[in-house]
Design a protein around this ligand. Structure first.
Ligand code: HEC
Length: 80
């Protein structure tokens, strides 16, 4: 969880585009993850391949597979 939060706020920069109360982020370019409550698999899919203007963190090797697992796990748990 701690690693996932760190990636969310720092390396992945997810916080700049997404609202997520657990991470105290208020980005409003992408959908609110608080409302969406995505599953770990759904987050992983979006983060690896990108969607719309969201970067493809996996395909572009911005995040490692381990980092993607950590951030996906974190987002699912943080929105339960
Ligand atoms: C540049 C802004 C931006 C960044 C950075 C960003 N996203 Fe997104 N994200 C978006 C937008 C915009 C959408 C909606 C795309 C669409 O539906 O066309 C989205 C969609 C999503 C979805 C929903 C996918 C679905 O199945 O509908 C998830 C989950 C998600 N983002 C998680 C993340 C995570 C985790 C990170 C960090 C690793 C991240 N995003 C970084 C802009 C961003």
């Amino acid at each position: 969880m701690i690693l996932g939060l760190k990636i969310f706020n720092e390396k992945g920069n997810c916080a700049s585009c997404h609202q997520l109360t657990n991470a105290k982020s208020e980005g409003n370019i992408g959908p609110s993850l608080d409302d969406l409550k995505p599953t770990q698999a759904q987050v992983k899919q979006a983060v690896i391949n990108g969607i719309g203007i969201m970067p493809a963190f996996g395909n572009d090797k911005i995040l490692t597979p381990q980092e993607i697992d950590a951030v996906s796990f974190y987002v699912e748990k943080a929105t339960k």
